[in-house]
Design a protein around this ligand. Structure first.
Ligand code: NIG
Ligand code: FE
Length: 418
């Protein structure tokens, strides 16, 4: 107790999302800690004490925050975004409302490849400004870690440009951005009807080059009728494995090709979307410890009616993450709190399941759960203060933003209490 802490937080309610055991998680699904005082040192949580502990008076600090009874949760984590892109697709939104389907638009040369055109044409500076603005909305709601995918370049130069923008955002924003290479997102126009040759470019040129530049934390692909086949996806995963890179997959979004099963064979960090996931394949997620990432924004915005197999995921005790999937085509969404609401209303997750989906389980989906995602001694001090009376309010309320203060690595980066 003799050490001097950098920051002490008191007069707060704490939903830590830290669980000592499965029983603990069942009995206390928000990981609530009674009467807590959080001590921070060198950007880490140095200890959590009980405010009634007589030793509390002896704690020394240069700085303390009276939380005025506000709730504190871990910093939120958006584990699936396509935040860097040029243009928008409001025209396609209008086409869909006039009767065309997402797949029809994609097959007619719209969809992902139309964003590819805009992203190739945009300068790095323009892409940075657009993405920084999008990121500011997410951070304003308490996001302290997020993932950004490439995949709107589909050539080496533009994929590199996108991932460099993600890296610059990482340095500029002070929050951690995990960079995912999604070269196998769609077949670019110049490779029309030559998907296998494009996959060769992805595997033999783009992935190794970008990896050499340190721009890849994880490799993703879009396994789908309008994306890539199982065989093509497998080639991408084999190359990632050879380079020692972890993988994840857009799978079973519009149909069941068996992508999740394949991804689990490669120990995927996560499989994402999953509306068409076959219940029989859930056992593979269990074996490989893969997170099921659900994207209610895309489900909603594409007016999908087939629900992911939520009860079966629950029955198999698969960790479920929730993310915005922020992108111009299927989920033009810049609100993680709205996703929390949709995860409960559309997918029937309980409020604590939904919150786990944007904290501890989202951290697992990014392979960063050793350092973030819950509030416990030794983890990074990434914390959000909320002006709410119970954690369920975060998924209950639609609109409004009760985020009052954000602490990243022990430093206050947002304070709306003044
Ligand atoms: O996650 N499914 C593939 N990729 C994105 C959509 C991209 C787009 O339409 O621009 C998704 O939904
Ligand atoms: Fe996506």
């Amino acid at each position: 107790m003799s050490q001097i802490y950098d920051l002490i937080l008191h007069n707060i309610s704490l939903a830590s999302f830290h669980f000592e055991s499965k029983d603990d998680e069942i009995n206390n699904p928000y990981g609530i800690v009674d009467n807590p005082v959080i001590c921070i040192k060198d950007g880490l949580i140095a200890g959590i004490f009980n405010a009634d502990d007589p030793l509390i008076d002896k704690l020394e600090t240069e700085n303390s925050i009276d939380g005025q009874g506000q709730w504190v949760t871990p910093g939120l984590i958006d584990c699936h975004t396509h935040l860097v892109y040029g243009g928008n697709r409001a025209n396609e939104f209008e086409m869909r409302l006039n009767g065309k389907s997402y797949e029809e638009i994609a097959k007619a040369g719209g969809g992902i490849v139309s964003t590819v055109k805009a992203t190739r044409e945009a300068s790095k500076d323009e892409l940075f400004k657009l993405a920084a603005k999008r990121l500011s909305y997410l951070m304003d709601e308490g996001v302290t870690s997020l993932e950004i995918k490439s995949g709107y370049g589909l050539d080496l130069k533009t994929e590199q440009k996108m991932l460099e923008v993600a890296e610059e955002l990482n340095q500029f924003s002070g929050i951690e951005i995990s960079k995912t290479f999604l070269g196998a997102h769609a077949v670019p126009i110049e490779y029309k009807d030559r998907a296998d040759e494009y996959i060769k470019l992805v595997c033999e040129t783009m992935m190794p080059e970008l990896h050499k530049l340190g721009l890849i934390d994880c490799v993703d692909a879009f396994c789908e009728g309008i994306g890539f086949t199982i065989q093509q996806t497998k080639r991408v995963f084999e190359k990632a494995k050879e380079l020692g890179l972890p993988i994840k997959l857009h799978s079973e979004q519009l149909s069941d090709l068996g992508g999740s099963k394949l991804a689990c064979e490669f120990n995927a960090w996560s499989v994402d979307h999953l509306e068409y996931l076959n219940c029989d394949d859930i056992k593979h997620l269990k074996t490989s410890g893969t997170v099921a990432t659900l994207l209610p924004g895309a489900y909603y915005f594409l007016s999908e009616t087939k629900l992911p197999p939520i009860q079966a995921l629950r029955d198999h005790d698969i960790p479920v993450a929730i993310a915005t999937d922020s992108n111009p085509g299927s989920s033009p969404c810049l609100s993680i709190l709205l996703m929390l609401n949709m995860a409960t209303t559309l997918f029937k997750l309980t409020p604590s399941e939904a919150l786990k989906g944007i904290t501890i389980n989202a951290a697992k989906a990014l392979g960063i759960d050793n350092t973030v995602g819950s509030i416990t001694k030794g983890k990074q001090a990434d914390l959000v203060f909320w002006d709410i009376e119970s954690p369920a309010e975060l998924s209950y309320q639609i609109g409004g933003n009760p985020c009052k203060r954000v602490i990243k690595k022990g430093k206050v980066i947002i304070n709306k209490n003044q």
